[in-house]
Design a protein. Structure first.
Lengths: 121, 121
DNA sequence: CATTCGTTTCGTCGTTTGACGAAATATAAT
DNA sequence: ATTATATTTCGTCAAACGACGAAACGAATG
């Protein structure tokens, strides 16, 4: 029950759901997501921490950045796997997800250092 | 997205999840759920209203009571059906659900009028 | 070894949530 | 019609939440 509620609480905020949808394009670091949503880095970090705590995403440090990605289907608990499937199946093709995906594609084409320079984080 | 968030917000409270688990035993009226959880009737009514608004449950008035039941699999939107499956599969066999189910069985054996008399609602 | 820089933690502020009791509503019983 | 009664709505309160900026952290750079 405890684990399950961590997942449902993580999913109860639309911006966290948007993050899960964005992560379908592959791993992303904090500043890329910050750029995508125009939120303060601390806000994004908090959202990622909540998603991580629910085991919906994993993190990995590489060079200067911390990359987050969706939990591996093979390794994740059943409840997590089904939650991710549910989110992606329900919202993967919405206009909102498409708009974010489009903006994200542009961000992914930009050098990370440039993005971070634009945010004085 | 709007509909989806209504569902995730509905699922983000443990007592509402408990209600969804309890409703697997069949339709229940407000005072039966009130008895099960020892909450004020107004609190239970609010929870049911939120679940109803998310289309996870339906209501039907009969005699003096309003009965709530799980949304019909055949009629419910896909997101609703999958949410209910997910909840029941993830938590249906937990100790917590079993304890509620046991208490609920006792309540279901009791006459409704007696239950309502015990709550001065 | 000091500095830089991406990220996280902390404290604050306004909003939302979940609980309650009191009052309103609507329906059944008398 | 009037009274009971099951449910809902409303107002209130404490706790949780989501946003932010400032400060702390920690790893790579100089």
């Amino acid at each position: 029950m405890r684990d399950f509620m961590a997942i449902t609480k993580a999913l109860s905020d639309p911006n966290r759901v948007r993050i899960l949808l964005a992560l379908r394009q592959g791993e992303l670091c904090v500043c890329q997501i910050t750029e995508l949503f125009n939120f303060a880095p601390s806000t994004v970090s908090k959202h990622l921490s909540i998603l991580h705590h629910a085991h919906l995403i994993t993190s990995q440090k590489s060079e200067r950045w911390v990359y987050y990605r969706l939990a591996e289907k093979k390794l994740a608990p059943v409840a997590v796997r089904e939650a991710l499937d549910w989110v992606h199946k329900s919202l993967g093709k919405t206009d909102e997800a498409a708009a974010d995906a489009k903006k994200l594609k542009r961000i992914l084409r930009t050098d990370l250092a440039v993005i971070c320079a634009g945010q004085k984080c």
